[in-house]
Structures are given as structure tokens and as C-alpha cells.
Write a protein that binds this ligand. Structure first.
Ligand code: TRP
Ligand code: SF4
Length: 330
């Protein structure tokens, strides 16, 4: 039986951090074993907010692919197909056609849209393109007839719109061209940033895959911990500590348990706890850094992987568009 298809995209808006690694890339990597995977740089989507600095988007694309490859996405025996959205023009054609059948109300009511309008106050995103963001996303997904779309919770409204659009297309033109895709909800890794808020570039609280060991040591030492441990003799609660989830990812099981116990008895101080984490984190990231250095030194290889992936994506998109034009009688 043919493998089911998975597709997901990421806007190339900046360097990847540990939140991306544990929240997205690791999940994308393991999906490759079970599904036929398509992963792409959503550079047109990035343009909806970065249209004043389009060159930034282009620079970020390659950095993003290097990070993905270093994390095992797009490599190995079952490598997923990596491609660039803007290099598969069929997405734009389908976007245009879908825009004809998408009621404005679906877009105006979209909670993610309303939230971003509030959040990105410093960016002028009162544009047609930004309102149509979910329609382009729907085109991205259904042009590959993807069965599953791994996304975070914030993307669920977009996926719901995608399903509605797919159904509406089939209904209007009397043929089951598109299957409404299902979300594969990614359990957001419970990783806070240095300040305890969600790890994010815009909060300036992230640990990047490109950070050096020195930068990591410095960042960890600045990290907020359980606020009840004002003095070393005050007991703490790892469950309330911003740092502890990193131990869960990077420290051996016995050490995790030891730390939890000692933290609750105030037998270990946060400074010492951080030192243990620094070394384990650096050790844990070392294989990824090695891969990263390799790809950075072999950018031609990175480009070749993406060019081939883009070629494959084009093939699939062309087939779907032939079917779509046929159904519309164009
Ligand atoms: N909107 C997604 C995000 O911000 C990126 C994206 C664009 C996407 N097209 C997609 C994700 C298609 C999944 C499928 O993260
Ligand atoms: Fe957090 Fe470790 Fe400090 Fe406990 S000892 S509060 S787990 S940093």
C-alpha cells in the first residue's frame, strides 16, 4: 500500500532555536519513517509580514534548511522531500482559484488572524495577502493531497479552513478532487525561554542551534528558575522550574531524579543545577553541531537536496493542477 502523505511548512523568518528543534524538527524527522513527507520553506507566507524586507526571507531560507538537515529532516533512507514554496508556482495558481470560492467570512472570523493583527502591531499587515494567508496555506496542503499536517495548536484554525475549502471545491465542481487533511497535533515541547516565557525570537529569550558552547553557558546561567528559591536554603519544585524541562531532554534519567529530589530538599543550588545542565546540553547538541558544520561547509549539497526536492514537488503539483483545470473546464 502506498504510504500516506504528510506535509508541513515553516516560515523562514529567522534562526532556529531549541523550541523548533524539539517542537517541530524532531517530530518531522520521525514522521519520515512512516509517511511520504513533504517539508517546505513557506517563503511567500513569510512575505505577508516581511514584505518590506524581502531579502531577509531569502537569506533565512538556507539557514533554515541547514538547521532542518542537521536535525535529520530531509536526510537518511526515508528522507522527506524538502522544497521552496515560491519555486513551485502551481501553489500560486491554486491559491488564486481557491480564493474565488472562499467566503470572506471564513477569513475574517479566523482567530489566528485576529490574534496576529493584535500581536504584530509594529507591522502593517492590513493587507489582502495577509487576510488570504490561510487560502495560500490551503493551496500548499491540498495541492499534494496530503493526508496529515503536523502543526501546533495555533495552526488548527488554518487547518479547519483548509478542510472547508477542500470540501467546498469538491461540492461545487462535483468531484472528489481533494481530501480534507487531518492535523497531527504536535505536543509543543514544554520549553520556556531564558525568561520563562515561551521560547521565541521576538522575546529575545531563545537558545539557537547556531549558539556556541560559550553562548549556551552564558544563557543558561542567566535563566530564571523556580522563584521560590530566592535563597539556596529555600526548597524548590522542579515542576515549577523553567530549567528542569531541559534536564528532562538532556540529562540522564538518574540525574533527573536526583535533581528533582535534591531541589525539593534544597540539597542542590540552582547554580550547580545549571552547571550540570550546561554540560549535558552541550554534549547533547554536539552531534547536531557536527552535522551543522558539515552542511555549512557543503552548501552545494544543501542546495542540490532542495533543488531535487523542489523538482519532485513540482511534479506532484503539476499533476494536481492538470486535474483541477480539467474539472473547471479551463
Ligand atoms: N502557517 C504556518 C506557520 O506559520 C506555515 C505554513 C504555511 C504551513 N503553509 C503551510 C504549515 C502548510 C503547514 C502546512 O507555521
Ligand atoms: Fe530549577 Fe534546578 Fe533550581 Fe530546582 S535546583 S529550581 S530544578 S534550577
Amino acid at each position: 500500500m502506498a504510504k500516506k502523505r504528510v506535509l508541513s511548512g515553516m516560515r523562514p523568518t529567522g534562526k532556529s532555536h531549541l523550541g523548533h528543534l524539539h517542537g517541530i524538527f524532531e517530530n518531522w524527522r520521525s514522521l519520515q519513517d512512516t509517511y511520504e513527507c513533504f517539508y517546505f520553506a513557506a517563503d511567500w507566507h513569510a512575505l505577508t509580514s516581511e514584505y518590506k524586507n524581502p531579502h531577509i526571507v531569502e537569506e533565512n531560507i538556507w539557514e533554515m534548511f541547514v538547521d532542518m538537515l542537521s536535525a535529520g529532516v530531509g536526510t537518511g533512507e526515508n528522507a522527506g522531500c524538502l522544497f521552496i514554496q515560491s519555486q513551485v508556482k502551481e501553489h500560486a495558481e491554486l491559491f488564486l482559484l481557491l480564493s474565488m470560492i472562499t467566503p470572506l467570512g471564513w477569513l475574517e472570523r479566523n482567530p489566528t488572524y485576529k490574534e496576529l493583527l493584535r500581536e504584530l502591531k509594529n507591522k502593517d499587515i492590513h493587507t489582502f495577502g495577509f487576510l488570504g494567508y490561510p487560502v495560500l496555506q490551503a493551496a500548499d496542503i491540498i495541492i499534494y493531497k496530503a493526508h496529515f499536517v503536523p502543526v501546533g495548536k495555533d495552526q488548527l484554525p488554518h487547518l479547519e479552513i483548509t478542510r472547508e475549502i477542500a470540501r467546498r471545491f469538491n461540492y461545487l465542481y462535483g468531484k472528489e478532487v481533494f481530501n480534507p487533511p487531518d492535523a497531527l497535533l504536535t505536543e509543543a515541547a514544554a520549553l520556556g525561554g531564558l525568561d520563562g516565557r515561551k521560547m521565541s525570537k521576538s522575546y529575545d529569550n531563545a537558545i539557537y542551534l547556531s549558539d556556541t558552547p560559550e553562548e549556551i553557558r552564558k544563557k543558561i546561567s542567566q535563566m530564571v528558575t523556580d522563584t521560590r528559591r530566592a535563597r539556596k536554603s529555600d526548597p524548590g519544585e522542579p515542576k515549577e522550574c523553567n530549567l528542569y524541562p531541559f534536564h528532562r531532554l538532556y540529562s540522564p534519567k538518574e540525574l533527573q531524579e536526583q535533581i528533582a529530589e535534591d531541589c525539593r530538599k534544597a540539597a542542590i543550588g540552582c547554580v550547580q543545577c545549571k552547571k550540570l545542565l550546561m554540560e549535558n546540553l552541550i554534549k547533547g547538541l554536539d552531534p547536531l553541531w557536527e552535522e551543522r558544520a558539515y552542511y555549512l561547509a557543503h552548501m552545494n549539497e544543501v542546495k542540490e537536496i532542495v533543488y531535487q526536492g523542489t523538482e519532485r514537488a513540482r511534479q506532484v503539483s503539476r499533476e494536481t493542477m492538470a486535474e483541477v483545470r480539467d474539472v473547471l473546464g479551463f
